[in-house]
Design a protein around this ligand. Sequence first.
Ligand code: GDP
Ligand code: MG
Ligand code: ZN
Length: 298
Amino acid sequence: MQKGRIIKAISGFYYIKDAHNQIYQTRARGVFRLQKVTPVVGDYVEFESDNLEEGTLTKVLPRKNELSRPLIANVDVGVIVTSVVDPKLSTALLDRFLVHLEKNHIQPVIYISKMDIANDHEKIAVKDIVYEYEKIGYHVIAVDEPSKEEAISKIKNAFAKDFNQHTIMFMGQSGAGKSTLLNLLDENLNLKTGQTSQALGRGKHTTRTIELLPLLGGEFADTPGFSTLNFEGIEQVELTEYFPEMLCRRDMCRFTGCLHDREPKCAIKSAVAQNEISEFRYQNYLNFLDEIRQQVKY
Ligand SMILES: Nc1nc2c(ncn2[C@@H]2O[C@H](COP(=O)(O)OP(=O)(O)O)[C@@H](O)[C@H]2O)c(=O)[nH]1
Ligand SMILES: [Mg+2]
Ligand SMILES: [Zn+2]
């Protein structure tokens, strides 16, 4: 029995990479159909093979997480790419991505692009935002260096620890700079930039297969993730868990199950009043809560 990880899946074949970076072509044993487990890219698996072309995938090991669009398992880190300008930075969108990452136990990293074309006013606004997210405990990367070489080396260093031995997904609005960032991190990737087609991948059925590729000591999925960004499957009471600065204060609310909305003696609302929780994060939270309420009506 051998162990490895599925890095690619095409028409019934699973490509498994072992600890020595050897890639085996395998097929899944029929037993999977009975067990209702469909192996996906990112799965850690057991397999049997005496050559590189005709292996048998025998077992899928337990998953840490599992995303449906794109179909991938065991993602550790989610890099949210958001530009200062063009498109303008929106904390509402950023928080939406953060909620989805938190829900799936994926460690977020926030990368702010296009610092080089921001004016002084915009740069100051970004500093405030960076401060707020760092206060929560998030890793934020916003590099503002006049020289391109220095900027690149700073960005690589900033990411190094997040990437080491990890599986990374990139997400963010179309045009935010995902492909540009990936090209900076690995010039051999040569991804096309300025393409608007992939957007969030929403709706469009794409036949493109996902593949895990090496990047700075980790692996990344070449399809920037999260197509659906609504709050389907998230309950109102659950939302607090995805705002770390609220989660750690929740037990101090007067009522269990407090939604921090109209309830009295709410620790979250006091923290907002005392500037310990930022007003804009709380507003985004309330808007998301409202959206979840509307969803329930269906
Ligand atoms: N000046 C500047 N332009 C950028 C930066 N990042 C991306 N762009 C430009 O923004 C556009 C969209 O970038 P792209 O990487 O294709 O975004 P994606 O849709 O998220 O993959 C392209 O024209 C890029 O050249 C940046 O940090 N600085
Ligand atoms: Mg792109
Ligand atoms: Zn409360």
